[in-house]
Design a protein around this ligand. Sequence first.
Ligand SMILES: Cc1cc2nc3c(=O)[nH]c(=O)nc-3n(C[C@H](O)[C@H](O)[C@H](O)COP(=O)(O)OP(=O)(O)OC[C@H]3O[C@@H](n4cnc5c(N)ncnc54)[C@H](O)[C@@H]3O)c2cc1C
Length: 395
Amino acid sequence: MATSSTAHGIVIVGGGLAAVRTAEELRREEYAGPITIVSDEERPPYDRPPLTKAVLRGDRDETTLEPPEFYADRDVDLRLGCGARAVDTAAQTVTLADGSTLAYDQLVIATGLVPRRIPSFGDLDGIRVVRSFEDSLVLRGDAAAARRAVVIGAGFIGCEAAASLRHLGVEVVLVEPQPAPLAAVLGTQIGELVARLHRANGVDVRSGVGVAEVRGSGRVETVVLTDGTELAADVVVLGVGSLPATEWLDGSGIEVDNGVRCDLTGRTSAPNVWALGDVAFWRGGDGQQRRVEHWSNVVTQVRVMVPTMLGRQSLHDVAVPAYFWSDQYDVKIQCLGEPEATDIVHIVEDDGHKFVAYYERDGVLAGVVGAGRPGKVMGARAKVAAGVPISEILA
Ligand SMILES: Cc1cc2nc3c(=O)[nH]c(=O)nc-3n(C[C@H](O)[C@H](O)[C@H](O)COP(=O)(O)OP(=O)(O)OC[C@H]3O[C@@H](n4cnc5c(N)ncnc54)[C@H](O)[C@@H]3O)c2cc1C
């Protein structure tokens, strides 16, 4: 049965995975009213995970999420190259960059993240981030001419960029102030295994040290570490995190904390306004607000938010363990559940390259992290969802 439509319909602001999957799910749920997607990018919505992987390595030249027919068949009005600049939640309108306004019955905020930059490094050419398709192409172009790269920050983006640059034959130094790569997310023990992987592939991993300064005349030439070491660099990649793209919501009254604050179903503080994906600071079943920057999270949130928007029963009480992956060299690092750096880590397999670790919190299995062991990680899904006592797993 088609849901009754209203005049203005649903406006989705953002041109990424969350926007596209929301539109798709609305039609699957037989929402019959107008759907408009507003994106500030000229490029039709595309997938981001390959940007630090296949696209950077030159193995793929496009990652478009859906062909034009997808939007035409579903009667989705895709407006590219004109971002939202403001929202009036009383009038229920969005103001776009060209000054026009768009009225909505329901608004979905899906604007993702903006990569952090470090202003004190100045605006030297050759300091790169990877968030958009164009960012990836620019870095790929740099890599073709570069001999030495310094990657600042060994989170997922930094680690993947380091791996792809090595693949392209660039000498890479990976600099991380934490004791090991990914240590802030997965803890030092697993971080050390990730450092081992990078070292085995020829990356110079410098942990426990920061960057004091980036020097160059016009273009980056030298990265100075806080211990005084000077590293020559033809290109610098910043992998120092991202911030929610919420500037356009300033003054709207929509509550923004570490992202757009949402309840268990994506409902924001304003009537008829929803948020999901990387920009959203959702409440979990445990009452904690979290902002999750991973692909699968979008898919899970869509399935909760869309039925709720349409007044149907939501699936938010169904326990779906969180999941994300990261491809580095020849291994897929997979994380299931909510592993945290402060958990007790049990490394149950390690052949010097591939490994599996169980994360224990309050005596139960909180998460599983593996490298190159997909069966073992995904096989633990039910146990993670059930929060099985760790003693049972290790028995
Ligand atoms: C390089 C890279 C590699 C990744 N690799 C992995 C991985 O291996 N595994 C994994 O699980 N996850 C990965 N991710 C994360 C995953 O891609 C994100 O979780 C996912 O893209 C989130 O989708 P989103 O739609 O919320 O945000 P986005 O994909 O960022 O989309 C937001 C869109 O909104 C647009 N926008 C912003 N402001 C406005 C505005 N005011 N008006 C209109 N439009 C606006 C943006 O330009 C963008 O098009 C990676 C991300 C990146 C950047």
